[in-house]
Design a protein around this ligand. Structure first.
Ligand SMILES: CC(=O)N[C@H]1[C@@H](OP(=O)(O)OP(=O)(O)OC[C@H]2O[C@@H](n3ccc(=O)[nH]c3=O)[C@H](O)[C@@H]2O)O[C@H](CO)[C@@H](O)[C@@H]1O
Ligand SMILES: C=C(OP(=O)(O)O)C(=O)O
Length: 427
């Protein structure tokens, strides 16, 4: 198995360019199903989740040419199967993003029901309710959802109970080809949804209001392929900014390739913690905090504090001069990371969806396990400042969403390596 080994205590400096956003690229790949022909996506991150989405599309009959490491040409002309199979959905829940486009283009889809995951139950009831309002009939058997719109889809008003990212995206992608107008109220406002709507509009869709709570979609007859560049990954950027806040030398670290407006609440909270962050073109320069102020944080849909930055900010608050409370409102099970950080010396008490974090003077390197994608990356970041060596296992989680994480950290001067070690179970 592979692990990441970090030798703590080395200052970092220089520039890191973030990749395209995982949470955008996956949906843009799914959206290519709506436009028969070859769509080219640029700035696609080379991460394992993108590889899984590629497999989902290929199993349906799409062809994918890798033009260079970050450019994919996806031809969906010959798609002849409308199924997202269990082996791939179980690997990556975002495979369910093909449901909306399949319904939009073919009026049917067969999707393996995603089970829960290490973040919690993660139901898709809002996707189903919303698509049902557009005229889709659902049936489930043998672990699959069969979605059918025999009369085609018809636009209508849909109010989401919660601003779900996935439900908003599936609804938009189904509604672009529905008859008439769909209005999604309480839509999610994440920048990746704006990126999706932008690409769909380039393809000929008529979507207004993406990035606001009310999205209006006027159905069109057909969409055409385009070339589109994936928006920069704000969460990867936030992860490197937290690393800089802990370990940058006096010149700071430049994090570029993303729009700081998309990370507004994270930057605000980091500034309240005493981290200096200067806006530069296409990114920020972040400096090490002399000491870290405690701060209370609650995760919320965009523009609130993103749940995908909760673990990384917990690393900083665990070293603050005082007590912080971190409240997780999006996923019921996203504090598993806290127990791993405690193994490194943090003082954190979790009660329900609150984590009481009492700042300590430092971390000590330890063997820890990635509980999930962001938790894994945050443990590597904690290792940068820990005394001694930190070994992070289960790094397949990190590979889902961070392209060349180790190489990028090393380019900043961190002492981090990826090692193959014998699996202890084989001993
Ligand atoms: C691939 C991708 O883009 N993943 C992101 C997406 O996940 P995802 O699209 O799964 O997140 P949602 O916004 O849909 O989910 C938020 C919450 O709503 C619940 N829910 C959602 C849909 C539904 O039908 N029923 C229901 O109960 C979920 O269980 C969760 O507790 O947004 C999350 C919230 O910003 C991010 O953390 C993920 O990184
Ligand atoms: C939770 C995340 O992703 P996913 O929805 O793909 O599990 C994440 O990116 O942190």
């Amino acid at each position: 198995m592979d692990i990441i080994r970090v030798e703590g205590g080395h200052l970092i400096s220089g520039t890191v360019v973030v990749s395209g956003a995982k949470n955008s690229a996956l949906k843009l790949m799914a959206a290519t199903l709506l436009a028969p022909g070859a769509t080219t996506l640029e700035n696609v991150p080379n991460i394992s989740d993108v590889h899984v989405m590629g497999k989902v599309l290929k199993r349906m009959g799409a062809t994918i040419d890798v033009l260079d490491e970050h450019t994919l040409r996806i031809d969906t002309s010959a798609v002849s199967s409308w199924e997202a199979p269990y082996d791939l959905v179980a690997k990556m829940r975002a495979s369910t993003a093909v449901m909306g486009p399949l319904l939009g283009r073919f009026g049917c889809a067969k999707i393996a029901m995603p089970g829960g995951c290490n973040l919690g139950a993660r139901k898709i009831d809002m996707h189903i309710l919303g698509l049902g309002a557009l005229g889709v009939q659902f049936d489930t058997d043998h672990g699959y959802i069969h979605a059918d719109a025999p009369e085609g889809l018809t636009g209508t008003a849909v109010t989401l109970e919660f601003a779900s990212v996935g439900a908003t995206e599936n609804l938009i992608m189904a509604a672009v080809k529905a008859k008439g107008t769909t209005v999604i109220d309480n839509a999610a406002r994440e920048p990746e949804i704006v990126d999706l709507a932008n690409m769909l509009n380039e393809m000929g869709a008529r979507i207004t209001g993406a990035g606001t709570p009310v999205v209006q979609i006027e159905g069109v007859e057909e969409l055409h392929p385009v070339t589109h560049r994936v928006v920069g990954d704000r969460i990867e950027a936030g992860t490197f900014i937290t690393a800089a806040a802990l370990m940058a030398d006096e010149s700071g670290v430049e994090v570029t390739g993303f729009n700081p407006i998309n990370l507004g609440m994270v930057i605000k909270k980091l500034e309240l913690m005493g981290v200096r962050i200067d806006r530069i073109e296409n990114g920020v320069r972040a400096y090490r905090a002399d000491h870290i102020e405690p701060v209370d944080i609650q995760t919320l849909p965009f523009p609130g504090f993103p749940t995908d930055m909760q673990a990384q900010i917990m690393v900083l608050s665990a070293l603050a001069d005082g007590n912080s409370i971190i409240t997780e409102n999006i996923f019921e099970n996203r504090f598993m990371f806290a127990s791993e950080l405690v193994r490194m010396g943090a003082d954190i008490r979790v009660e329900s969806h609150h984590a009481m974090v009492h700042g300590v003077d430092g971390f000590s390197g330890a063997q820890v396990t990635s509980p999930d994608l962001r938790g894994g990356a945050a443990l590597v970041v904690a290792g940068l400042i820990a005394e001694g060596y930190t070994e992070v296992s289960a790094i397949h989680h990190i590979d889902r969403g961070y392209e060349r994480f180790v190489e990028k950290l090393c380019s900043l001067g961190a002492h981090v390596e990826r090692l193959s070690v014998p699996d202890p179970i084989d001993d």
